[in-house]
Design a protein around this ligand. Structure first.
Ligand code: R5P
Length: 297
């Protein structure tokens, strides 16, 4: 039997090569570009006929990435692919999971339907499951999430002396404890009020007990960065020097990364679910192992 055929959408090539090598998959050649009028052109230069095909496309800034991905998947299906999988290390549209205002769309559900129509399975890293228990509530295909908490924990163990791990809100307490756990470090959470897309107020009422430790803020997503900016400023005012900021997914909307450094973060570190200079935590092995369950290994 032929090995799986692995296509990386543009921008995903380095992570794709690492995952494909671990899977002993064949790296496929794909061209994706824009026509002068802005429409998407996609060509699969490796024949997917009869093959188990994997597409890798992280989905930050999804509106520009999703249509080429969809066209690539539909092309593979059209050319006779036997099975289509999507690895989306960062899975978009997970946050609008309720109708907060009358008339709003529940876009996480609509997005899940669109993905489920074009792919046979989905693999991601730490999706933002806030009001939902699992991906299967909205995805109609087998959907698996792997977790980066152990990798964050290892990074902290190697790089931080005497850490105090701080999660973004009460809901993250267990997750922050899991990140801290491996190092026997204490974990606390922020009290957080989001007043708008870019306006967040935080306090850290439990932090006073742990003065002298290195504050390590951990979060699943750094988007506008405003949660961490507010936390960094608050912790510095409370006497913690240069808190460290660790995120699984560094979305970094607008100047979020620069804002964090300006606010006084000692370092900003992310996993390579979204390629960025802050990447220090590699998820390729995690993804390759989980992928074997879908394609055999
Ligand atoms: C919220 O529930 C998440 O865990 C993050 O705290 C949030 O998404 C971070 O967003 P931002 O960087 O825009 O403050």
């Amino acid at each position: 039997m032929k090995p799986p055929l692995f296509f990386s959408l543009p921008g995903n090539e380095s992570l794709g090569a690492a995952i494909a090598a671990r899977l002993s998959a064949e790296l496929g050649k794909l061209t994706a570009r824009r026509f002068p009028d802005g429409e998407s052109y996609v060509r699969l230069e490796s024949d997917p006929k009869g093959r188990s095909v994997i597409f890798l496309c992280t989905l930050d800034r999804p509106d520009e990435k999703f249509l080429p991905l969809l066209f690539a998947a539909e092309t593979a299906r059209d050319l006779g692919a036997a099975r289509l999988g999507l690895i989306a290390p960062y899975l978009s549209y997970m946050r609008q999971d309720a109708r907060f205002q009358p008339g709003e769309g529940i876009t996480s559900t609509y997005f899940a339907k669109a993905v489920s129509r074009s792919f046979d399975w989905l693999l991601t890293v730490d999706p933002h499951l806030h009001r939902r228990e699992s991906l299967s509530e909205i995805y109609e295909i087998p959907a698996r999430a792997v977790h980066a908490a152990p990798a964050l924990s290892v990074w902290i163990g190697k790089n931080v002396k005497n850490p105090l791990v701080i999660g973004p809100d009460e809901e993250s307490r267990q997750w922050a404890q899991a990140v801290a756990g491996g190092n026997g470090a204490p974990a606390i959470v922020l009290e957080k009020k989001r007043l708008g897309d870019r306006k967040v107020e935080v306090s850290a009422p439990e932090a006073g007990r742990y003065k002298g430790r290195t504050a390590v803020l951990v979060d699943d997503i750094i988007s506008t960065g405003q949660t961490m900016v507010a936390a960094v400023k608050h912790l510095i005012a409370e006497g913690f020097p240069s808190p460290l900021c660790l995120g699984v997914h560094g979305v970094f909307a607008q100047k979020a990364y620069e804002d964090l450094l300006t606010a006084g973060a000692g370092a900003v570190v992310t996993a390579n679910t979204i390629i960025h200079p802050s990447n220090q935590i590699d998820v390729s092995e995690l993804l390759a192992k989980a992928c074997e369950e879908f394609v055999g290994g």
